[in-house]
Design a protein. Structure first.
Length: 517
């Protein structure tokens, strides 16, 4: 129970309600205070009325300022955090349930361990640290700092020797396999020779197409690749003859590295692990094995799904034997956007849009056009129907056009005062988004060559800043995919200014409409 002078602060905030959870009296009014004390104390004891006020006040004090703190903290997070565009945004502050604003969630703190009882494992680690320090002092005879540096230097030598030994063992094993293949083998039927050759080829190169997948794609003009990040994205991929997955995480990575991308998935799906993150029973491709650059966490993060383009284009004839190549982002399926693989027909296993696309490719209705089925004006990131360059800036931090202009200057050796951008007309048509498109394989190689030079120019101006500060000026949030979204729309700039025909394929009906004639 509280007896408080009436002040503007207390009255306005409503911390004390007179004769409910306390008493209020005017300042310097001793008569009112005396009357309050007579009600509080009766027969030299605290009255029952005062006890009742105290119990109500205890509950009020226990949950004091809950509403203000929760709403203001949520408002702060809403204005500070910058979520990636693929993440489902949290609810607005006004939609916070009332039960979360009426009282503190004390049960959450019950799971926090008591700091007065340190963890036994932590005590064990501290014991080992002390034992290690004592051993170093014993060996050094008192010069602990010098010996510690020497021990660290020796450990680095051991680590380097270990890596050299692994490299030598790998080369020796490869030489032995090649020598084994050159030795004379026992004669047999043609079927035995063919089977042994195929088995040896697969044992040397795990990336080679498996028999089932190769047979399914035989005779098809198109193969659509779906880049994915570990097991968390498996539910959004497709097991069809027209599609093939390509994993972007190396064998040492897990899908938890991209935790924000997988908020929509169940915990059971997230903790699944398998070799290199490839699906069992499928002929998925391991991108870092084809392109060692993707084993570097920096380039794997900043390139994003564009890393799959580079991995497939690296010795593409050994992997892709179709006349046309396509890509489809798993994010389109995760956002429940219409994709090329929805509602398959029971007779053929493909849907109307896939069937119409295959017929258009075989008949070359639009020649060597760029076909796409995820359009910019239907993207949930573009509710205001912005033009191409405005949307380009909006999905980053507003610095995309500047970075693009700087990269073009370096790529083509332009003067520094040149700051214009390639024109992308506002003619009522739309553009491709989310890496969901198909084009001739030969044209794809040309696009990858241009993308490779563009990425090199872009990386030159961003690399040092990223490694010094840990952040990239293209994004304000702590998102490691620095210029991943810059590359998302690059296919449009390349196709339009190479005078390629651009055709939109309706993923539901399969109808086609040429864009930007």
């Amino acid at each position: 129970m509280r007896i408080v002078q009436i002040t503007d602060c207390i009255c306005n905030n409503g911390l004390v309600d007179d004769r409910v959870n306390g008493y209020l009296f005017p300042k310097h009014n001793m008569k009112a205070l005396t009357q309050i004390l007579r009600q509080v104390i009766s027969n030299r004891r605290v009255s029952s009325l005062a006890h009742n006020f105290a119990s109500i006040g205890k509950g009020t004090a226990r949950n004091m300022m809950v509403s203000n703190v929760v709403e203001r903290y949520a408002f702060l997070l809403e204005n500070v955090l910058r979520f990636p565009s693929e993440v489902a945004f949290p609810r607005a502050v006004t939609e916070i349930p009332l039960n979360l604003k009426e009282e503190w969630q004390w049960h959450v703190f019950e799971a926090v361990p008591d700091s007065t009882q340190p963890n036994k494992t932590l005590r064990g680690f501290q014991f080992l640290d002390k034992a290690g320090e004592q051993w170093i002092r014993t060996k050094s005879g008192g010069s602990g700092a010098v010996e510690a540096a020497e021990v660290a230097f020796i450990c680095s030598i051991w680590e380097e020797g270990k890596l050299v030994g692994i490299a030598n063992a790998k080369k020796r094993r490869e030489d032995e396999e090649q020598l084994k293949d050159r030795t004379d083998q026992a004669r047999g039927t043609w079927e035995d020779v063919f089977r042994n050759a195929k088995r040896a080829d697969r044992s040397r190169n795990d990336l080679h197409e498996r028999d089932d997948g190769e047979l399914e794609r035989t005779g098809q003009p198109l193969c659509i690749y779906e880049p994915f990040y570990g097991e968390g994205t498996w539910p959004f991929l497709h097991n069809k003859a027209l599609h093939r997955g390509i994993g972007l995480l190396s064998s040492s990575c897990t899908n938890l590295h991209y935790g924000l991308e997988f908020i929509l998935l169940s915990i059971k799906t997230l903790v699944l692990l398998s070799t290199k993150g490839r699906r069992a029973g499928t002929d998925d491709i391991d991108a870092p094995s084809r392109l060692p650059l993707l084993s570097d966490p920096y380039y794997r993060d900043v390139l994003g799904e564009c890393g799959a383009f580079f991995a497939i284009a690296n010795r593409i004839d050994r992997l892709h034997k179709n006349a046309w190549i396509g890509f489809q982002s798993w994010r389109a399926t995760a956002r429940k956007l219409p994709t090329l693989s929805t509602d398959p027909l029971p007779q053929t296993g493909v849907n109307r849009a896939e069937k119409a696309l295959l017929e258009a490719l075989e008949s070359r209705t639009f020649g060597g056009a760029l076909y796409f089925w995820a359009r910019m004006d239907a993207d949930p990131r573009n509710p205001w129907q912005q033009d191409f360059w405005s949307f380009y800036d909006s999905i980053n931090a507003g610095n995309c056009k500047f970075a693009f202009s700087e990269a073009l200057q370096k790529l083509y050796g332009l003067k520094h005062e040149w700051d214009s951008l390639p024109p992308m007309p506002v003619d009522g048509d739309t553009w491709s988004v989310m890496h969901s498109w198909a084009l001739p394989t030969r044209s794809f190689v040309e696009f990858v060559m241009f993308s490779r030079m563009f990425v090199d120019a872009l990386d030159t101006q961003i690399y040092d800043e990223y490694h010094q500060s840990g952040q990239c000026y293209l994004i304000l949030s702590n998102d490691k995919r620095c210029f991943h979204r810059v590359l998302e729309l690059l296919i449009n700039v390349w196709a339009y200014h190479c005078a390629r025909r651009m055709v939109y394929v309706d993923p539901d009906t399969g109808t086609m409409q040429e864009q930007h004639r």
